[in-house]
Design a protein. Structure first.
Length: 479
């Protein structure tokens, strides 16, 4: 009797241990995103606004010598900007509150080279406030770009200017509501007006601006804001302005500085020690500021869609710039193309044919980590493989043949980025074939979208060839 009881107890213990084992999540693979970084990645698309003295002087990089009086929009309407951006699928907007010319779009106390000394609203205007108010009204997030380089300020490259710059950051981060991102541009030092000196000045961009203090000022009242640029950035530049993230794109990178190779910005680094995701900044026109002669060379819908798939579809965020026109509004061509772009993307990614598929995998961690988690619509559930299984095959069987031309994959990146390579196969009436994609099938990360010519399948298989550890796949869809 004793031995029977003990045997029963032992079997219960073994069953409990087995249950615990099957519910144990894979160990994290560092680095990991912060909660704020992950929320930023979920934004996916948002807008840049470049508008200022350069607009009215037909310049890209103002020298710092054009008079504040030349800033005179005829019919400025920030609500028109925001409604256009919202209809274009943008989740937020970042305003160039000060570009390299040093002209400030708010009535700063740090310099007289600002909007209060322009004819705009008889010197009573504050463009930063107008746009931040419009964003709150229509539900868009608001961010700020404030160039560290100032080609107008007489004391740029001297210690006094650093205090001026910090004062500007203090004003911008304190008076206009919560910010989702703050931009420190990477262009630093060179020739400029500098109070009439008309000379070239050089600085050490990693140390001159006291970025530690600058970061602390930003985060004091905006603790969830992402920081672009400088040695304390939490999101990174892609390394080009063409609208293309690396075909292979790791969020992992080594510590970034002004000397970081462009290849690291573009592709990341598998064994990097920091999680710094990519932002792809690109203008809807050739220039960042408005130029009349570019009205007929605005990016069309096809080009904008390609940028989307090469940014959001490559594990990056898309920051699309709109150069506001001389009248103070987004040009009709820019607006029409951006809105049509969004409609097309929504249409192309609207019907997930895998939503009701039968899902099978060659390896499941068990319990909470079953293969069907990838189609349950819950970002917090995922399919995971065993610790000794850094690869895997997952298949989707449909009741009847469907035509697809897009596949979207997402990893559960809270446990780290893992997938290194995969490929797609299709089956129709028992005939198997490999799907040849336009986009490379390497890393996944937060999101990967691969495109291909339309194919008809009744079964889709994704073969994960190599991973940094056991797979953790949260979502898979086909359109």
């Amino acid at each position: 009797m004793y031995f029977c009881v003990m045997k029963k107890i032992l079997s219960i213990i073994i069953a409990v241990l087995a249950l615990f084992s099957c519910t144990k999540a894979p160990k994290p693979l560092y680095p990991l995103p912060s909660d704020d970084q992950l929320e930023w990645q979920k934004l996916e698309t948002y807008a840049f606004i470049h508008f200022g003295l350069n607009t009215f002087n037909d310049l890209e990089w103002g020298y710092g010598d054009t008079p504040a009086s030349s800033f005179k929009p005829e019919d400025l309407d920030c609500e028109q900007w925001v409604k256009t951006l919202k209809n274009s699928g943008m989740k937020g907007v970042i305003l160039t509150a000060k570009h390299h010319d040093g002209f400030c779009l708010w009535p700063t106390k740090s310099t007289d080279y600002n909007i209060s000394n322009s004819p705009y609203r008889n010197g009573k205007g504050d463009l930063v406030k107008e746009l931040s108010d419009a964003c709150r009204k229509y539900g868009l997030k608001f961010g700020i770009y404030c160039s560290p380089w100032d080609r107008h300020h007489a004391r740029y490259a001297y210690p006094e200017y650093v205090n001026t710059y910090h004062q500007q950051i203090q004003e911008l981060t304190s008076n206009y509501g919560p910010l989702f991102e703050f931009w420190f541009d990477g262009a630093n030092g060179g020739d400029g007006y500098y109070g009439g000196a008309n000379e070239k000045r050089s600085i050490d961009p990693d140390n001159y601006y006291d970025y530690q203090r600058a970061k602390d000022i930003v985060l004091a009242k905006n603790p969830t804001a992402m920081i672009f640029g400088g040695p304390y950035q939490t999101v990174r530049w892609v390394g080009n302005e063409k609208g293309v993230a690396g075909a292979t794109n790791w969020c992992n990178v080594p510590k970034i500085s002004s000397k970081t190779p462009l290849s690291i910005n573009m592709y990341g680094y598998e064994n990097g020690s920091e999680w710094i995701p990519v932002e792809v900044d690109v203008s809807i026109r050739p220039g960042w500021f408005y130029h009349l002669n570019e009205d007929k060379i605005v990016k069309n819908v096809d080009e904008l869609c390609d940028i989307y798939y090469n940014s959001v579809g490559h594990n990056a965020n898309m920051l699309l710039n709109f150069p506001v026109a001389l009248n103070g509004k987004i040009h009709p061509t820019d607006s029409t193309n951006a809105i049509e772009f969004y409609r097309r993307i929504c249409n192309e990614l609207s019907n997930n044919v895998l939503a009701n598929a039968n899902v099978q995998a060659d390896n499941e961690r068990g319990c909470r980590f079953k293969a069907s988690n990838v189609i349950d619509g819950n970002d917090e559930t995922y399919w995971a493989t065993d610790d000794d299984y850094p690869y895997g095959t997952i298949s989707f069987s449909m009741d009847k043949p469907v035509t697809i031309s897009r596949v979207m994959l997402q990893e559960y990146v809270k446990l780290g980025q893992r997938v290194k390579s995969f490929y797609l196969e299709g089956c129709k009436d028992g005939n198997w074939f490999r799907i040849n994609t336009y986009d490379e099938t390497t890393t996944v990360g937060y999101k990967r979208i691969v495109r291909f010519n339309p194919v008809e399948v009744d079964k889709l298989v994704i073969n994960f060839e190599e991973s940094r550890g056991p797979l953790c796949i949260s979502n898979i869809a086909a359109y």
